[in-house]
Ligand binder design. Structure first.
Ligand code: RP5
Length: 166
């Protein structure tokens, strides 16, 4: 029986309600054949879980962390405070302020504690996964090939001319 590979990317999120957005990161990692683990870790509701996850992430074998949160989105920054693994932050679109609050909460980190901040919503989640893939591909030629093929397929899918939609 094949053992499940050790997850290399943690896809953490502040709430179950973030999953429809963060699933796009998980799906993109799956398309690229990257072992990953989605987890709910809230900076505000489960602070002890956050500390324990972030402090132990490297030892657990994770290489990259993707962290998505909405509103007062402290999860990516607090995670980066506890680990020097690369942390990519995804601002989840909030109901009240359409994710502008999430974006500004994540992007303005003080010098010394970096969070690579992506776009609000689905685009950010997909791109976080692609950046994670780029990092991992630095030391994985097979993955670099799959990543190039993934991108080429998107290029090939762009029509030269637009068509009328029904
Ligand atoms: C944040 O609060 C979560 O990341 C989520 O985006 C937002 C709302 O959470 P719920 O009230 O839907 O659980 O911590």
């Amino acid at each position: 029986m094949m053992q499940n590979p050790t997850p290399l990317v943690a896809v953490i999120m502040g709430s179950q309600s973030d999953w429809p957005t963060m699933k796009h990161a998980a799906d993109t990692l799956a398309e690229l054949g990257i072992a990953h683990q989605p987890l709910i870790v809230s900076a505000h509701r489960t602070p002890d879980r956050l500390v324990s996850f972030a402090k132990g992430a490297r030892e657990q074998g994770f290489k990259v962390i993707i962290a998505g949160a909405g509103g007062a989105a402290h999860l990516p920054g607090m995670t980066a405070a506890f680990t020097s693994l690369p942390v990519f932050g995804v601002p989840v679109e909030s109901k009240a302020l359409s994710g502008q609050d999430s974006l500004l909460s994540i992007v303005q980190m003080p010098a010394g504690i970096p969070v690579g901040t992506l776009a609000i919503g689905k685009a950010g989640a997909v791109n976080a996964a692609l950046l994670a893939a780029s990092v991992l591909a630095l030391s994985d030629e097979a993955l670099a090939g799959r990543l190039d093929a993934w991108r080429q397929a998107r290029t090939d899918a762009v029509a030269e001319q637009p068509v009328d939609q029904p």
